[in-house]
Structures are given as C-alpha cells and as structure tokens.
Design a protein around this ligand. Structure first.
Ligand SMILES: [Fe+2]
Length: 245
C-alpha cells in the first residue's frame, strides 16, 4: 500500500527493525524474516535499517551482523522483494557513551552518521542519556533515542525528553505504541509526545510479521503522516549536516 504522493515523496525508510535471522530476539528462520520484509513492503517501506540489539544480553558483533545482513539481502533478492536492507544496530546506552568512532561507525544507520540508542524502559531515568547525546553530536553523530514513550520515567514526566531535544537528539516513537500494542500508558505517552512536539519520527521496531509486526499502516490514523515519512529526512537531511571535526 503506497500512501504517498509520487510527485513529491521521498523514499520511505524504517529506521528501526529486528529483521536479521538468529541475531537477537528477531526471527529465527529465513522464512520469518522474509515474511517481515513483505509486511514492511505492504506498509509502504522501501528501505529498512536492520537494527539488532547491541547490548550485554545480545552482544552482536559486527562480523555476525554483516553475515546475517548479507544472507538476508541475498534471500530478499532471490524473492525479488522491492525493499533494501541497510546496516544498523540498536545500541546500549553504555556502549554509545564509551565506544570509539571506529566501533560506532560499524553500527550507524545505513552507514551514515545516525545512531539508534536504547535505554532500559522499566527503570529510573538514565542520567547519562542527555550527556551522551550531547557528546555524540559534538563528535559528529546524530543520536536517535528509541521509543522513549515506553519508558515509565517518560510516561510519568514527558518533559524529561526536553533535555534530549535541546542537545540535538531525534526522538523515535514505535508504531505499536500508537496502536496500543504496548498498553495504554505507552499509547497515551506517545500521544502526549506528539501533541507537545517532542517526537520526530515513527519507526516499526518490528520483530516478526505476527506477534511484533510493523504496525505502520495501523498506526497512521493515530499520528500526523509526516512522522511516518521523516526517516528519509533524518538520514539524508539532518544527519549529514552535523559537523564532524
Ligand atoms: Fe528495537
């Protein structure tokens, strides 16, 4: 389903997905990964960043990620799926704060300057998040904060997001939060972040085609349309303009 005006539309990019086989809590078989790619195509996505967790629980190495990425690209080519799979990672905050440029570069979205960063959603607000986003900006990266609407700390105090926005972070909501897949607190938090202009892009964070599907089409009625198409501008418009000294 294509929701865009063909005269003006940029490519629709999904910045956050767990589509690689056998890397994290995404698909365990190629058929399931291909089903997820088909679901993304049905939702109008033309490029998807494969962002496996890179955390102590899922210590994804660059080599394993690259092998899984190439295998999925080959499978998608043989099925003639009209979608491009890009490199990426969903980085643990502590890694984003401490890694070298060389280590971070291996996990940038589509090989550009943007980094997707996750933090625990069940615990206290991570005091290191804003300083880390600020430091990454000064190093020439664009930090994208994954689904803060799922954080209990943000649900209780959405103004916590402001310190991230002022230091140049991009705020990514997950489509399933808008549809209520993650409960009423995440849904109402996502609505608040949109209403108060603290959200910049919606992504799928899809893990498969069945229990954690992309939800992008279903979410469209719950948020302004531009939030679903902002991924291309984040990667091609905002990120390359950040000075890198
Ligand atoms: Fe994710």
């Amino acid at each position: 389903m294509d929701h865009r005006d063909p005269e003006t539309a940029a490519t629709v990019i999904d910045l956050h997905s767990h589509v690689l086989v056998g890397i994290d809590d995404g698909p365990t078989e190629v058929a399931a990964a291909l089903a997820l790619l088909r679901a993304l195509v049905d939702d109008g996505v033309e490029r998807v960043c494969a962002t496996p967790h890179v955390t102590p629980e899922y210590p994804t190495s660059v080599d394993r990620r690259d092998q899984a990425l190439e295998a999925l690209r080959e499978a998608a080519r043989s099925e003639v799926l009209p979608i491009t799979v890009e490199q990426g990672g969903e980085l643990d905050l502590a890694y984003a704060a401490s890694w070298s440029d060389e280590e971070l570069d291996a996990f940038t979205l589509a090989g550009g300057r943007a980094l997707l960063i996750e933090f625990p959603w069940g615990g206290a607000w991570p005091l290191a998040l804003a300083p880390t986003c600020r430091a990454l900006r000064l190093r020439g990266y664009l930090p994208i904060v994954a689904h803060p609407e799922r954080s209990r700390a943000v649900q209780a105090a959405p103004e916590r997001i402001d310190e991230l926005v002022v230091c140049g972070a991009v705020i990514q909501l997950t489509a399933g939060s808008l549809t209520g897949r993650f409960g009423s607190s995440a849904r109402s938090s996502a609505e608040t972040l949109i209403r108060t202009r603290r959200a910049h892009v919606v992504a799928s964070d899809a893990h498969d085609a069945v229990s954690r599907p992309p939800d992008l089409t279903a979410a469209r009625g719950h948020a302004p349309g531009w939030l679903f198409e902002a991924g291309a501008d984040v990667l091609a418009g905002v990120a390359p303009r950040i000075p890198r000294w």
